[in-house]
Design a binder for this molecule. Structure first.
Ligand code: PRP
Ligand code: ADE
Length: 250
């Protein structure tokens, strides 16, 4: 099988040199996959990344708007992964590039300041969901001076745990939190990479409440709009990027 990706556009990613049963989509029509003549937004040396991420002292709104464009352009989509009918949104290119990684944390920090300040101010605890919520949840918590607590898939945490079952875009699962991980009355921000059906985030929110925490909001990098997952959540929701307004044609 040939290399799944044009390395001329993504020279900084070792992943692009491997073969795969689900190559990233090549069409210019997807926002997640930049056309070949465009500079690689995930490259630390390209102009878009430099202009988007290193401009000194822009207003918070302008800075957030610029970060969103650069971050969205770095995402990749894989058709029929992990099963037919799913258009998989791959956020890993963000973490492969230190500037994008920094830009993500900055964008999320600005979003929390802008979106949640009026509701509850700063969180006491950031709760990140297994597994991709662990990629940026601890970094965001550190920036905001908050604790980080994981929600894990069943059977991974020692000691007394609370458990919640949930449905997601592909299948069902169980989440757990350690029973003493959140103190009564603590303000909790639940974070994850993607909200699809909202099942995972709703289960995490229910666990936080079982422990006595107060869910001040939910924060995601990306939202699959057509699944309307935010309707399952009963606290303010903020998503940095939007995607898939309608279900993929089969
Ligand atoms: O809104 P939902 O329909 O619940 O789907 C969103 C969840 O699905 C993905 O995780 P997944 O369970 O695939 O696990 P992973 O993070 O371990 O890959 C994603 O990272 C979210 O946690
Ligand atoms: N379409 C999707 N892409 C990536 N992660 C997901 N989690 C649930 N649905 C997903």
């Amino acid at each position: 099988m040939s290399a799944p990706h044009d390395t001329a556009t993504h020279t900084t990613h070792p992943i692009n040199t491997t073969t795969s049963a689900n190559p990233p989509l090549k069409s210019d029509a997807t926002a997640a996959h930049p056309p070949q003549q465009k500079p690689d937004p995930t490259s630390a040396t390209n102009d878009a990344a430099q202009g988007g991420l290193t401009t000194p002292h822009p207003s918070a709104a302008a800075e957030l708007a610029r970060l969103k464009i650069v971050l969205k352009a770095s995402l990749r989509q894989y058709q029929d992964f992990p099963e037919p009918g799913i258009l998989f949104e791959d956020i890993l290119p963000i973490f492969a590039n230190p500037e994008l990684h920094e830009g993500l944390l900055r964008g999320l920090e600005l979003a929390v300041q802008k979106q949640f300040a009026g509701h509850a101010g700063k969180p006491d605890v950031v709760v990140g969901l297994d597994a991709r919520g662990f990629l940026f949840g601890p970094g965001l918590a550190l920036r905001m001076g908050a604790s980080f607590v994981p929600v894990r898939k069943k059977g991974k945490l020692p000691g007394a745990c609370e458990t919640a079952e949930y449905q997601k875009e592909y299948g069902s699962d169980f989440f757990q939190m350690q029973a003493d991980a959140v103190k009564k009355g603590q303000k909790v921000l639940v974070v994850d990479d993607i909200i699809a059906t909202g099942g995972s985030a709703a289960a995490a929110g229910s666990l936080v409440k079982k422990l006595g925490g107060e869910v001040m909001g939910y924060l995601f990098i990306l939202e699959l709009d057509f699944l309307k997952g935010r309707d399952k959540l009963d606290a303010p929701v903020y998503t940095l990027l939007a995607s898939q307004e309608e279900k993929m044609e089969q």
